[in-house]
Design a protein around this ligand. Structure first.
Ligand SMILES: *Cc1c(COP(=O)(O)O)cnc(C)c1O
Length: 393
């Protein structure tokens, strides 16, 4: 089955669904057993999937898990109430006091916060590594290193790491790899096939796809599965049934939406690259991008989220551009139907290698509007910026 066909079928057809196309929303905490013998049997035999308690799984959650696992070619998948909860679960599953984790320097901000806060408090040391390290990451592995964490491409700066090279080193040294695949989704990148052990995604973004739901998903290999399942259960991770339903509904149209985001993103990124106000466009789908060759090798598409480094200007001048945009919302997140823009500065976060690119960085998400409207809007925005600069702002 091709990916678009899988998106339609994955996770559907549970026996309890009575032929309903979409797995219904099961609101459940208490599940009643027929008898003591029935309750005992459910505790004894875990090979049969059945409801025992709402938090432990319902058909709505199973439909989402099964679909995500199938799309990633994973042994199994688990739902969490947000992407950050999924990241936390994956870290806690494979790290304990005294361990060391290698975390890419270009990760999503809250991932860095998790390492510096919770993991440090639990006695886990972290080294942030240059995402361009490739196989040279081996030199950073210590006897107590248990996890290498990757994100591809990285948040805000969009560097593409050499995932197979890092995963191969990790596997040879008995170190677990966890990868944040939110930008690509299983449609555009399958990290387990590149040698990674655990994939984490914020389903909030492209999978739910409508800017209305927080969802986290974890997919894992058979070897990583038991530990992950245990910690997921022990920490009480689950997902509300309505949010699971929203994610499933979004998943069915992921293919067409991603293709539209990809086309619009390419149009906007190419337009920015030709503008004199632009110093650099950070988008691995562009042939001139430093990560382009690795992106072509490891991905099958780009999801319309990229960054632009504009010539240096004041924040006030940049604000005249952003505040006046009609079609780009100013907000966190991406992956919904609407275009977004966000000023950001990677400099204070980088520790492995300083980020010394001058200029103002803005992250752009190409939504499902007509790209010609988006370009007219950005064009007027750059004109406001030029006017503000000319006025000495
Ligand atoms: C948004 C995001 C997350 C966190 O997802 P939430 O659902 O908001 O918790 C994690 N990783 C990346 C790369 C993200 O963009």
């Amino acid at each position: 089955m091709k990916a678009d066909t899988k998106l339609v079928h994955a996770g559907r057809g549970g026996q309890l669904d009575h032929g309903i196309v979409n797995t219904p929303v099961y609101h459940a905490s208490t599940i009643l057993f027929d008898s003591v013998a029935d309750m005992d049997a459910s505790n004894r035999d875990k090979s049969v999937r059945r409801m025992t308690y709402g938090r432990r799984g319902t058909p709505t959650l199973w439909a989402l898990q099964d679909a995500f696992a199938e799309l990633h070619g994973a042994h199994g998948a688990l739902p969490c109430p947000s992407g950050v909860a999924a990241l936390t679960t994956a870290f806690l599953a494979f790290l304990r006091a005294g361990d060391h984790a290698l975390i890419a320097d270009n990760v999503y901000g809250p991932t860095r916060g998790l390492a510096r806060g919770l993991l440090a408090r639990l006695g886990v040391a972290t080294t942030f590594y240059d995402p361009g390290a490739g196989a040279a990451i081996e030199a950073l592995i210590r006897p107590e290193t248990r996890v290498i964490f990757l994100e591809t491409p990285g948040s805000i700066t969009l560097e593409v790491p050499d995932v197979p090279a890092i995963a191969a080193v990790a596997r040879a040294r008995g170190v677990h790899t966890i990868l944040d695949n939110t930008w690509a989704t299983p449609l555009f990148c399958k990290p387990l096939a590149l040698g990674v052990d655990v994939v984490v995604e914020s389903g909030t973004k492209f999978i739910a796809g409508h800017s209305d739901t927080n969802v986290g998903l974890i997919a894992a290999t058979e070897a990583a599965w038991p530990t992950l399942l245990q910690i997921h259960g022990d920490t009480g991770q689950t997902l509300g049934p309505d949010d699971a339903y929203a994610a499933l509904r979004g998943l069915r149209s992921l293919g067409v939406r991603l293709k539209a985001h990809e086309a619009a993103g390419m149009t906007l990124a190419t337009w920015f690259a030709a503008r004199p106000e632009t110093r650099r466009v950070l988008y691995p789908a562009l042939p001139g991008d430093a990560g382009h060759a690795l992106w072509r090798r490891d991905f099958t598409g780009a999801s319309g989220l990229f960054s632009v480094i504009l010539e240096p200007c004041s924040r006030a001048a940049l604000a005249t551009m952003i505040d006046g945009l009609a079609h780009f919302g100013l907000g966190y997140s991406y992956g919904g139907f609407e275009s977004l823009i966000l000023p950001s500065n990677p400099r204070p976060d980088r520790t492995a290698k300083t980020w010394d690119e001058p200029g103002q960085l803005v992250r752009v998400f190409a939504g499902l509007e007509d790209p010609s409207d988006l370009i007219a809007d950005l064009d007027a925005g750059l004109a406001r910026l030029a006017k503000a600069r000319a006025a000495g702002l």
